[in-house]
Design a protein around this ligand. Structure first.
Ligand SMILES: Nc1ncnc2c1ncn2[C@@H]1O[C@H](COP(=O)(O)OP(=O)(O)OP(=O)(O)O)[C@@H](O)[C@H]1O
Ligand SMILES: O=C(O)[C@@H]1CCC(=O)N(CCc2ccc(Cl)cc2)[C@H]1c1ccccc1Cl
Length: 316
């Protein structure tokens, strides 16, 4: 008697056996969005009726564009993340032509859409959502991961209107040991001979050190946080320009100003994050770490212990 056709299974995070999923296990619905190498589709798992956002990547396209490393990076980072403020990766599988990432569905869209729709956030909403981003970064950096492309487009919302940070293809996992292989590019990195990274984030949010030395630090995400807080309160990012090189010039010269009405407390926080030297930014190790950042007067009144359980303020 032929061996029973068994579905391959894997151990999941909890160490229990989990049947490998396949496309037929899902009913695919509407397209939620398109990336450069991906299509995100709303899908329902047949056996559980649960809804997911499935990110489908075409292998030929990835290979042609030489982006396989980003796929592996996104998978390895998402697999490490298990936190309320990050999009969750439930399963991955593949067929001949495609790779599938079964993700939690952040059904209320991108932060950028709300900034554009409302013009800007009031201080109360800014405080709440900036606190959620700070809490998320504290978790991410605690795992040794730098996002490297944090921006309002990559901060989504779930049905309860809590943030769900996504897009880890360009993130970096800092190697945990001092010597040995550089965990991402697989090449041996002699001490001090850091490989130059080709990746640069999105112009408006990229930090000066990435522009000048190509090196990203945890602190690069704190720079992006400063840009995002400025944008939430004023409606626009601090460094703007027609072309990328104009934006890059303003960043490296710290050329930005605050609009009328920007409160002194919020201004003080942004000024402590938009610091050219990475080691000078509030929130980095050298400046007292996240505890010091969380104590800034702008965050007065925030209960940091259970943000994901709190009812978010109505966006007005
Ligand atoms: N888990 C999710 N839930 C809901 N919407 C999502 C989810 N993941 C991605 N999206 C949306 O789908 C679209 C495509 O996302 P995807 O991550 O595939 O590409 P991208 O990162 O936006 O583009 P690029 O690859 O060029 O950076 C985006 O608009 C994003 O907002
Ligand atoms: O890392 C893993 O978990 C597996 C390992 C086995 C495997 O074959 N893949 C796919 C590797 C891959 C990456 C890019 C392209 Cl274009 C094709 C195949 C990996 C994979 C499977 C499904 C979804 C994503 C990934 Cl990276």
């Amino acid at each position: 008697k032929m061996a029973e056709e068994t579905t391959p299974s894997k151990l999941n995070r909890a160490g229990s056996l989990q049947a490998k999923r396949k496309p037929e296990d899902f009913i695919f619905g509407k397209v939620i969005g398109e990336g450069s190498f991906s299509t995100v589709i709303l899908a329902k798992e047949v056996s559980t009726d649960k809804q997911y956002a499935i990110k489908v990547l075409d292998k030929q396209h990835i290979i042609r564009e030489n982006k396989a490393q980003y796929v592996h990076r996104e998978k390895s980072v998402l697999s490490k993340l298990n936190h309320p403020f990050f999009v969750k990766l439930y399963y991955t599988f593949q067929d001949k032509d495609r790779l599938y990432f079964v993700l939690s569905y952040a059904g209320r869209g991108e932060l950028l859409d709300y900034i554009q729709k409302l013009g800007s956030f009031d201080e109360n909403c800014t405080r709440f959502y900036a606190a959620e981003v700070v809490s998320a970064l504290e978790h991410l950096h605690g795992l040794g991961i730098i996002h490297r492309d944090l921006k309002p487009e990559n901060i989504l919302f779930n049905e309860q209107m809590h943030i769900q940070i996504t897009d880890f293809g360009s993130s970096k996992i800092l190697k945990t040991d001092q010597l040995g292989e550089d965990s991402q590019d697989g090449s041996q990195v002699a001490p001090g001979q850091k490989r130059k990274n080709s990746f640069v984030g999105t112009a408006q949010y990229v930090s000066p050190e990435v522009l000048t030395s190509k090196k990203a630090y945890y602190s690069s995400d704190l720079w992006a946080l400063g840009c995002i807080i400025y944008q939430l309160l004023s409606g626009l990012p601090p460094f703007r320009g027609g072309h990328e090189y104009q934006i890059f010039q303003k960043i490296t010269k710290l050329e930005y100003e605050f609009p009328e009405g920007f409160s002194p407390t919020a201004r003080d926080l942004v000024e402590k994050l938009l610091v050219l030297e990475p080691e000078g930014r509030l929130g980095c190790e050298e400046m007292g770490g996240f505890d010091k950042l969380k104590k800034h007067p702008f965050f007065e009144g925030v209960d940091w212990s259970n943000l994901s359980k709190q009812k978010p303020p109505q966006l007005v």
